[in-house]
Design a protein around this ligand. Structure first.
Ligand code: NOJ
Length: 695
């Protein structure tokens, strides 16, 4: 967030001084036009501070013209949009992007998205979604960066920097806070996490986003331990304003103020408006609660005018900072030509390449040889719109390359495609050298309000795979999905398994490049894959418990008196951080420098022991062995992508601040406790060289 200059403060104060109470309230009103027939009238009356969900530049221009030239004070509108994984150039879904573990690249991707959005009239991006999520049933797991607060924080900051590197764009991290912890994985459901979990798991990515300069934040739909996020003084005032001193704009989520009535914490819309403004929600998205009731609430003394003034100042300061008052007319020619440039398509391809995760590769079934005869099976292989993923309104299906396109370009007549008919698929498989089966979820099975209780393959896909597996041909499964799936049987059947997620417009090329080995896969899971829905929530940074599953507890409890299931192992299908490549990496020579002062410096040697150049994501984890609070069995504290030629080895050197090894203590303050720590450097959260150190 940039500081406010003296001249801006003077202009702001002059403007606020000339505003009526109704005009002030108008600045706090954020509306989605399609719901209103009288929107222009409202803008003209000074009743609207911003619009959102308007994608047509001509409409934006029209609304702005009314605001600038026909309203009494001529205050421009904020124009918000959900630019979740690209604007017209659609990138892989954010969960896939997180699997790149490449913040620099994600910063670039966010910049591309913001450039396209800005040229088309958007000045406020409702992203990044930074909700930590350990709940794959929740459809919105697709929109975030996965389960880990550290990786999530690094990515949140990168995305904010990327968006806001474009002049005139404000980012809006969301959803504040703990929305990713909805009970039972059902969207909009209750959240009941402890203050410690809030501080140690759910808040860090927001803090990172603010430290990176995020100008705004969106509060969440859920309640948190009984207090709705929209009226939560603790999160919105105590933490955000008092502890963090963050000066930006808080916007509610869509009709979240009105939803306080259904939550059962506001008697009516008036009450909801009062509670929300008092708690520190500056802008009301779509509830019209402020518009209808705030003037009366202030006049009656139920809401102090000072609080309204504070909110208005925040909104207007943002408008000044974004340069909205100076902005020229939207250049329609520029708007169109800014979209889908060759450079943007290249970035989308790189992100897609890096987000693909190779989960299995028995007998080096992959890469495919260039002259192979391939049977390609599965409806998803020929679906443009499903490659786009769950939140890509501004994307177009026709821009997307399908996996069929990608493989046809390579194989020509050596490729036979069968969408879903089992007999034909089996016949094609029998005459082929290898089968590539694209299975998983269509894009409309994830995203907001698209939760699933069953995380298997939908429809007849499992039966299709059974039949293909029976042919005995090498079975390469490409998994297109918006969430982790619980598919142990598929993993058994597959000779090789490539997790493609919903990879965006460059799907076809990216998948083909990986299948044929032109790109060596380097993606690593940003979220755990469960074996079954019954293991959820499942995440690597769990606690030990007094009776750990591995039986290493000091008391050596007999089975089954341990924290286990009778009918399923605790281990996930694939752990956080996991991902293979077409080479192998060997780790050796772990060293932890001593004495440790304010940094833990740890090194290890990584050697590419395979025959191809490849990129490894070296990961460093720690465990605080004895503390006043139970600590996770592992926590990611650093990572680095390194590219190694065949036979090449290099030392990775991590430099971890001791200050980052703490937690929220008994007194609810962040602290680092002296004592012994274990440390691992390796390829994922379930392996690695092990050492220890004391601080
Ligand atoms: C509701 C969603 O929760 C939020 O993420 C989005 O930004 C708003 N709708 C606006 O579209």
């Amino acid at each position: 967030m940039t500081g406010t200059s003296q001249s801006t403060i003077a202009r702001l104060e002059d403007l606020v001084g000339r505003m009526t109470l109704a005009e002030k309230v108008g600045q706090l009103n954020l509306l989605q036009p399609h719901r209103f027939t009288d929107l222009e009238e409202k803008i003209r009356n000074g009743q609207v501070g911003g619009v959102f969900g308007v994608l047509n530049p001509a409409d934006i221009e029209r609304y702005q013209r009314v605001a600038r030239h026909e309203s009494r004070l001529g205050i421009p509108l904020l124009v918000g949009n959900d630019v979740i994984h690209g604007y017209r150039t659609v990138f892989p879904i954010p969960l896939a992007e997180a699997c790149t573990w490449d913040p620099g690249l994600l910063e670039q991707a966010a910049q591309v998205a913001a450039r396209e959005a800005a040229a088309n009239g958007t000045d406020w991006i409702f992203a990044p979604m930074v909700d930590i999520c350990r709940e794959p049933r929740w459809g919105r797991v697709a929109e975030g960066a996965g389960e880990d607060p550290y990786l999530g924080s690094v990515i949140a900051a990168a995305r904010v920097r990327g968006f806001q590197s474009i002049e005139g764009i404000a980012a809006c991290p969301k959803h504040y806070v703990a929305y990713g912890a909805v009970e039972a994985g059902r969207d909009y459901n209750s959240v009941d996490v402890s203050e410690r979990a809030l501080r140690d798991v759910y808040l860090p990515p927001f803090k990172a986003a603010f430290d990176a300069g995020a100008e705004t934040v969106m509060s969440s739909f859920n309640d948190i331990a009984g207090v709705a996020a929209t009226i939560n003084h603790f999160t919105l005032r105590t933490i955000l304003r008092e502890e963090w001193g963050w000066p930006g704009v808080v916007v509610s989520d869509y009709t979240a103020i009105a939803e306080l009535i259904e939550h059962g914490v506001a008697a009516d819309l008036r009450d909801a408006a009062r509670l929300s403004l008092l708690a520190g929600v500056d802008m009301d998205m779509q509830s019209e609660a402020y518009d209808r009731h705030l003037v009366a609430l202030v006049s009656e003394g139920a809401v102090p005018l000072d609080l309204v003034d504070e909110a208005v100042r925040r909104v207007l300061r943002l408008k000044f900072q974004l340069g909205l008052f100076e902005r020229e007319r939207l250049d329609q020619g520029r708007a169109e030509s800014a979209l889908l440039t060759e450079e943007a398509r290249e970035v989308a391809l790189r992100v897609a390449h890096e987000s693909l995760v190779l989960l299995k590769n028995d007998g080096d079934a992959l890469p495919l040889t260039p002259n192979a005869r391939v049977a390609l099976v599965g409806e998803l292989a020929d679906s443009r719109k499903d490659m786009l993923g769950c939140w890509s309104h501004t994307g177009r299906a026709e821009d997307a390359e399908t996996i069929l396109d990608g493989l046809s370009a390579r194989l020509g007549s050596r490729l036979e495609y069968v969408a879903s008919e089992v007999t034909a698929a089996v016949a094609a498989a029998r005459t082929a050298d290898a089968v590539v089966s694209v299975v998983g979820e269509t894009a409309d099975l994830s995203g907001e309000a698209h939760c699933r209780a069953h995380l298997g393959l939908p429809g007849q896909q499992a039966a299709l795979l059974e039949a293909l597996a029976e042919t005995g041909k090498p079975l390469v499964v490409v998994l297109a999905t918006g969430r982790p799936l619980a598919i142990p049987r598929v993993v058994e059947q597959a000779t090789a398994l490539v997790l493609a997620w919903h990879p965006g417009i460059r799907a076809g090329r990216a998948v083909a490049d990986v299948l044929f080995g032109d790109v060596n896969p380097s993606g690593r899971l940003a979220i755990t894959f469960p074996r079954t829905e019954g293991q959820i929530p499942i995440y690597y940074a769990h606690k030990s418990t007094g009776r750990p599953a591995e039986g290493q507890g000091t008391l050596q409890f007999d089975v089954p008196f341990r924290s286990t299931y009778l009918d399923e192992p605790n281990a996930p299908l694939f752990p956080f951080g996991f991902g293979l490549s077409y080479t192998r990496f060997a780790y050796s020579d772990l060293e932890i420098e001593s004495p440790i002062t304010d940094r833990v410096v740890a090194c290890a040697n990584v050697r590419n022991v395979g025959g191809r150049a490849a990129t490894e994501v070296a990961q460093l984890y720690v465990r605080d062995l004895v503390a006043s609070i139970t600590r996770p069995v592992r926590e990611l504290k650093a990572f680095e992508r390194i590219t190694l030629q065949p036979g090449e080895s290099r030392q990775v050197r991590f430099d971890v601040p001791v200050a980052s090894l703490g937690f929220t203590g008994l007194d609810m303050r962040y602290q680092v406790e002296p004592g012994e720590f274990r440390l691992w450097i390796g390829s994922d959260s379930a392996s690695g060289l092990e050492g220890s150190f004391r601080i």
